[in-house]
Design a protein around this ligand. Sequence first.
Ligand SMILES: Nc1ncnc2c1ncn2[C@@H]1O[C@H](COP(=O)(O)OP(=O)(O)O)[C@@H](O)[C@H]1O
Ligand SMILES: [Mg+2]
Length: 386
Amino acid sequence: MIPVKPAALAKRVRAELAERYLVALRAQLRKTGPGNGDRAQGLGRAALASGLATLDFARIHDQAVVTLAASRNFANTRGSIARIGYFFAQALIPLEAAHLATRKTNRRLQQRNAMLRAHTAELARGNRRLKREIKRRKAGEETIRQSSQRYQQLFLESQVMHRKLRQLTRQVFSAQEEERKQLSRELHDGVVQTLVGINVELSALLNGPSIDLHNLKAKITRTRRMVAKSVNTVHRFARELRPAVLDDLGLIPALHAYCKNFTARKKIIINLTAFSGVEALDISRRAVIYRVAQEALTNIARHAHATRVSVSLSGAPHAICLEIKDNGRSFSVEKTLRAKTFKRLGLIGMKERVEMVNGVLTIESAPGQGTTVRAAIPFHPAPVQP
Ligand SMILES: Nc1ncnc2c1ncn2[C@@H]1O[C@H](COP(=O)(O)OP(=O)(O)O)[C@@H](O)[C@H]1O
Ligand SMILES: [Mg+2]
């Protein structure tokens, strides 16, 4: 079989339809009355089925009318014209109906399109909202991540501080223990031994043979010397622990007594200058100044090899300044304070005591210049920061 091209097929279908239309229209003209509507509609449906457009179908109709009009037996009457018109109108009904359906479908499609466009716009809006929300959440997550890192860091720092604190506490306890041991040894060697000596002397006097007045006087003098020595030792202990004079008479007399005793024991000359306004400080602040001076002087005696020291107390508008300066050998303050081991507690203790009353402690030490310890103690605690 020879394959038929679609264009040729369409042409043939059109030609057949034109033929059928001419035959039917001719039959229509032969009859009287309005004519065969069913046949006309059948042709219209056939045109629709073969994909003919209304315009093409109108051409077929025109062609048929021209052919019929050219024939001899064509009666150009009003009736014929009406029948031709009726036939064509009937034939157009299926095509028109199809157009109507197409228009309806189109309208529905357009409505659907509009709805789809609205949905798409709504979806796009939702999408944008979602993107914004994702961005906001990501920023939130980042903040949470950063703060959790910060908390982690703070937690680690606090653990380190906790460990340091425990180490320091242990060190303080062992330093206290060492101090007590020394105190007990000194009490035993210095006071108890002397008291035992006195007792031995007194027992000898009581139980021994009667002695002459001269010997008795000598023994009493020796015993009194021993008593005086014990009294001195006990006094020294009391002064070291907490001088009563600090509470009873004030800071200046307490410092005076301590310096006098220090010079006598260590053979280091101290020049003390004081400002009477210091007594206006409350007792806890005065005690801090006393302890700082005590520790600084102990350090000078132990480490500085100094020959001269100046201790001065002066007044500033809102604070009292204590300065202890020696002419001894210097040391690296930075290194000593930063040292990881807490073997040395004197300097750290001084700093702690001063900072506990919102004061500031500075230590300077330079070769050839000796060491200067300065403490500024405010009269009142610093106002609380809002
Ligand atoms: N006035 C000073 N002159 C020289 N060195 C000092 C002086 N004060 C402190 N030092 C040094 O600082 C170190 C730490 O002092 P401190 O904390 O009081 O501990 P400690 O007196 O028990 O050694 C001392 O060991 C010493 O080397
Ligand atoms: Mg010390």
